[in-house]
Design a protein around this ligand. Structure first.
Ligand code: ADP
Ligand code: MG
Length: 694
């Protein structure tokens, strides 16, 4: 009963994809045949039996063996959906979407019917849905409402080796739910072999290994450290393309900008060489890419051509591209890391671990013997790289997670059953931040405000501003601003037209800063009927604006559910800025005639990012959305404010230096950090004591 949709595969691919079949110029490999050819297929009945006999099960298998797309279908075909649906989590949004699309094709239904997906601000499921893919963050949110996961019969925590915060939290929540609900099945899948630890954690449950079919991969190291890994990567691509046998190339880079610029540079290079070399198909892969473009990477490469894919570490394990024979690994990835100097987390380019490097290497050996070019030395691999990646929970800001756990009534955070507990100081820091935002009280208990904040799937600073907008009568504007902050950069600066684009952008600029500028753009786009032409003319990303519109709709639904009113202030800039300060008072900076700006809470030297509408302007006090680290620390999304707003927003975080000052506007503001440090100790102790006692 499968949809026998046939895919056209050319001679050359067929040889590599499926060596058994050889006839004609074009041949077809049906989806069913493709399904049957996956390593996991041979294990089908063994897997089903093991799941029937055990409540917890660990499944380990090479990337591409069929875990994500097949196991859910096996469960569905074996009637596991009689008393509940099958849920499968993914650490990445793109993976959840792409896998759900693929599986709906294999099942032969429309996406959102039997097979659906849910990611933040996007729900493509229905009452018919039996197999539901979702981000781990979304399932964690569901636990808030239904800790027993009562609508699921089986939950598969996929890609567990990625160890995202949400997956780590789900480990503990599902272990608990499972013990309370003997009929709930929990499967943990991983691409790497740290299964012993997983098994011990889940009450010594069995581990099933899926033997993969992999080919040897030759590793080539750099002789000396590379100064510029981008240049080295591009040179290596050209070298392979000109000298090596047919086969596609996969290059691991750290982020969207890097990938886009590499694609552009390589495209120009290949163009100038013209017919002197074979045709090279250049493709980018990263999370923010529209899915139409993304599905291109799965299309087989036409005969006589070669494909080169520039990808983030999403291609390490989350998605599998067939036909890759060459992997180029510069050895870096972008990691969300807490920066103690500035007191917040930032995306920082960091060396990968040996485990990640080996995972990357493995991508070259799926279709035949491959080659992996490591753009670092052998000694760096053995002596400088960590054996495994540090779990996210050990290095990330936990305020959102902790607020959610508190909202679930889990107060005893120190004894919460984490597989690897976060460091105590990062928990305390998160507790402090939540306390300053008034979502926790002195004793670390969740407040009414905190409970409401926990309903919003976003950083507590944003949800705090949203809730303050209700009493400040500007919730409609604030919802738009928060939606715009949630999506990717909406301004588009094509090469060669940057000045023109900047000029268009400056027409939207609000003299008080970026938040009001974003509001401006959104409103004008809406007045223009949300038209594509408006975006083209003004160098705006239509897709990102559309997403902001979706987010806005979702936020409005949450408002409705919480019975909060939607009120317009008709763009009153002071009201809007004060409301922003209510959430972002901790991210404030003061002008410093010598260095530009200094953050008030940590005295870090920062500048206004050149893309900001406040760049080149001089305001005494500003707040910022985030700090980006390039050649120096830059504030991104900056808005000017009055200092007394900081005092009003958080009288326990700031105080004026000159208590007698009559003009509050002139009063210098310092953080109460010093004084607080003493009290803080007692607060710290009491909150930790609290968490311990409960
Ligand atoms: P695993 O989870 O074990 O890494 P998957 O189930 O994700 O494996 O993938 C199994 C196979 O399905 C892969 O070899 C890949 O080629 C194919 N596949 C997965 N997603 C897609 C897609 N969106 N389009 C085409 N093929 C896909
Ligand atoms: Mg998978």
């Amino acid at each position: 009963n499968f949809n026998e949709k046939n895919l056209v595969v050319t001679d050359w691919e067929r040889k590599n994809l499926n060596e058994k079949i050889t006839f004609g110029k074009h041949t077809t490999l049906s989806l069913t045949e493709q399904r049957k050819s996956l390593p996991v297929y041979k294990m089908r009945s063994e897997l089903i039996d093991a799941i029937k006999q055990n409540q917890f099960l660990i499944i380990v298998g090479e990337t591409g063996s069929g875990k994500t797309t097949q196991i859910t279908q096996y469960l569905y075909e074996s009637n596991f959906t009689k008393n509940g649906i099958i849920g499968c989590t993914q650490p990445r949004r793109v993976a959840a979407v792409s896998v759900a699309k693929r599986v709906s094709e294999e099942v032969g239904c429309k996406l959102g019917e039997k097979v659906g997906y849910t990611i933040r601000f996007e729900d493509h499921t229905s009452s018919q849905t039996k197999i539901k893919y979702m981000t781990d963050g979304m399932l964690q949110r569901e636990a808030l409402i239904d800790p027993l996961m009562s609508k699921y019969s089986v939950i598969m925590l996929d890609e567990a080796h990625e160890r995202t915060v949400a997956t780590d939290v789900l480990f503990a929540l599902l272990k608990d739910a499972g013990q309370k609900r003997p009929d709930l099945k929990i499967i943990v899948t991983s691409a790497t072999l740290d299964s012993k630890k997983f098994s011990e954690y889940f009450l010594n449950c069995p581990v099933i290994n899926i033997p993969g079919k992999t080919f040897p991969v030759e590793v080539l190291y750099s002789q000396s450290p590379q100064m510029d890994y981008i240049e080295a990567a591009l040179d290596t691509v050209m070298e392979i393309h000109i000298n090596e046998e047919p086969g596609d190339i996969l290059v691991f880079l750290t982020g969207q900008e890097e990938i886009d610029s590499c694609c552009e540079i390589l495209y120009q290079k290949v163009k100038t060489l013209g017919d002197a070399i074979g045709e090279l198909i250049i493709l980018p892969v990263y999370s923010a890419l529209p899915s139409e473009v993304q599905s291109k990477i799965f299309e087989p490469t036409p005969k006589g051509k070669r494909k080169v894919v520039f990808a983030t570490n999403i291609a390490e394990t989350s998605i599998t591209i067939d036909g890759i024979f060459y992997v180029i690994d510069p050895g870096y990835s972008k990691v969300n890391t807490f920066n103690p100097r500035v007191g917040m987390e930032q995306l920082i380019v960091t060396p990968i671990s040996q485990a990640q490097a080996n995972q990357r290497k493995g991508r070259a050996g799926r279709t035949g013997p491959g080659k992996c070019y490591r753009l670092y030395t052998e000694s760096a691999f053995f002596n400088e790289m960590l054996p495994t990646t540090i779990p996210e929970i050990q290095r990330q800001n936990l305020s959102n997670t902790i607020l959610m756990l508190k909202a679930m009534g889990i107060n005893d955070l120190l004894n919460f059953g984490f597989m690897d507990p976060p460091p105590r100081n990062s928990m305390v820091r998160a507790l402090e931040e939540l306390y300053h935002l008034e979502s926790l009280d002195q004793d670390g208990n969740i407040t009414q405000l905190g409970l409401k904040m926990s309903q919003f799937p976003m950083d507590p600073k944003l949800s705090r501003s949203l809730l303050t907008s209700v009493s400040n009568n500007c919730s409609q504007e604030m919802i738009i601003i928060m939606s715009m902050l949630t999506v990717q950069n909406i301004f588009y600066r094509p090469k060669g037209k940057q000045q023109e684009a900047d000029l268009k952008k400056s027409k939207f600029h609000h003299p008080y800063g970026d938040h009001l500028t974003l509001l401006n753009v959104y409103n004008q786009w809406e007045i223009a009927g949300c038209s594509e032409q408006f975006c083209t003319v003004n160098f705006l990303h239509q897709r990102h604006l559309r997403r902001a519109k979706d987010v806005k709709k979702q936020l409005e639904t949450i408002f409705k559910n919480l019975k909060l009113p939607l009120i317009k202030c008709y763009g009153d800039p002071d009201l809007i800025r004060k409301t922003l300060v209510a959430g972002f008072f901790m991210n404030a900076a003061k002008r410093d005639s010598e260095v530009g700006y200094k953050t008030i809470s940590s005295n870090t030297e920062v500048g206004i990012h050149p893309s900001s509408s406040l760049f080149g302007r001089e305001y005494e006090y500003v707040i910022y959305h985030s700090l980006v680290l390039t050649s120096r620390e830059y504030m991104s999304q900056v808005t000017s404010i009055e200092p007394n707003w900081l005092l009003e927003a958080s009288p326990h975080f700031y105080k004026p230096t000159d208590e007698n000052s009559h003009s509050r506007k002139k009063a210098k503001i310092v953080p109460l950090y010093d004084r607080f440090a003493k009290d803080q100790n007692s607060w710290r102790l009491s909150s930790i004591r609290q968490t311990r006692e409960r």
